[in-house]
Design a binder for this molecule. Structure first.
Ligand code: MG
Length: 285
């Protein structure tokens, strides 16, 4: 019975948020998503999937939203974002970004990329919590400096949890600070770096930490990172906010915060940056 009520509520909620679309398709309130609108398929006489309100192969279980997947990038050309992503940078302008003090972001935008220029870190205008994040970066082709002084930048999720950007191609630095490291906490599982000047990719799945009303940690952040298609963190348990030469600590913060790209004084480039809020199975479907 409960299963049926949940199913009916779910169907009703879908009807409420859906609007008619072409060829019988149903559209989501979230851009870039739709459903086929074709008749349900499955069974109504099966036992429940363990721990779930749905029967096995339940015909009333909502159809997953359909999205257009991303296209892959090449060294010459950036790919496209999935249809339901928030595009943070598509090579044209910094409209989604602002300076750390809330002023205008002043990084260079040229030839489809943005480049660090010493004007400070930039952050998104919008705030995000748990998410899937795609970032492409290139460290300078003209190699200068060594260790942490070569191609240093960072993807600071929520402005607090840094995935290190560094030229780690034939450039030894401390292991928990090389490219792909969760800075100061975990080295990447392998060094999958490309040569200086080459475009590289981080695909990140970030589960935001949870705090109770008193600010105590309830659930730490978990971070999965693919560097150039290779897993370098497999749901690593974050130890707290990024720190330099100090152990990480937890400090309570909002559920959503801006994403920051770090200006560490090296002219690192970024392109094709997009983000998707991470939703559970029972969210919006
Ligand atoms: Mg850094």
């Amino acid at each position: 019975m409960l299963k049926r009520i949940v199913a009916i509520c779910s169907v009703l909620s879908v009807m409420l948020v859906s609007v008619p679309a072409e060829a019988g398709k149903t559209k989501s309130k979230l851009k870039g998503r739709h459903r086929t609108g074709q008749p349900d398929q499955g069974y109504d006489d099966t036992l429940n999937v363990p721990g779930q309100p749905w029967g096995v192969h339940d015909k009333e279980r909502p159809e997953p939203w359909i999205i257009t997947p991303p296209t892959a990038s090449t060294q010459e050309k950036a790919g496209s974002a999935p249809s339901d992503a928030t595009v943070l940078f598509d090579g044209k302008n910094l409209s989604q970004w602002q300076a750390g003090n809330g002023g205008r972001a002043k990084w260079i935008v040229k030839d489809g990329y943005m480049e660090v220029n010493g004007t400070g870190s930039i952050r998104t205008r919008e705030s995000f919590g748990s998410c899937q994040l795609h970032v492409e970066f290139a460290t300078p082709s003209e190699v200068q400096g060594d260790s942490q002084g070569r191609g240093n930048s960072g993807v600071m999720i929520m402005g607090l949890y840094e995935i290190q950007v560094l030229d780690s191609y034939d450039n030894r630095s401390y292991s928990d600070g090389q490219a792909g490291a969760i800075y100061g906490q975990y080295p990447p599982l392998v060094n999958a770096s490309r040569a200086p000047g080459q475009w590289q990719v981080f695909d990140i799945v970030f589960e935001a930490p949870e705090f109770d009303e008193e600010g105590a940690l309830v659930e730490p952040a978990h971070i999965t990172v693919f560097h150039n298609g290779v897993v370098v963190h497999n749901r690593a348990t974050s130890l707290g906010q990024v720190a330099h030469k100090d152990p990480a600590q937890w400090k309570a913060h909002a559920q959503q915060l801006p994403l920051t790209l770090q200006d560490h004084g090296n002219p690192v480039r970024f392109r094709n940056v997009w983000i998707r809020p991470l939703t559970g199975y029972d969210s919006d479907q």
